[in-house]
Design a protein around this ligand. Structure first.
Ligand code: ZN
Length: 67
């Protein structure tokens, strides 16, 4: 399971090991709802990555319209 950072309305940052898809936890310090902080270090999908290349082969069906 990945480690995520959560921030509550009081500004407390909590690092926790949670299942993927978890959007919030309870702050350990104030017991308020802490929201997951989206990481800034997203890897690049554009610009000749393997992911973009594999995806384009499947995307061709979108040009067809079954009207
Ligand atoms: Zn808090």
């Amino acid at each position: 399971m990945p480690v995520y950072e959560f921030e509550c309305p009081e500004g407390h940052i909590t690092e926790d090991l949670v299942p993927m898809g978890t959007t919030h936890i309870k702050c350990a310090k104030c017991n308020k709802k802490a929201k997951k902080i989206i990481s800034q270090c997203t890897f690049e999908l554009k610009g000749g990555g393997w992911y973009a290349d594999g995806y384009s082969s499947k995307g061709s069906k979108s040009s067809k319209k079954s009207d």
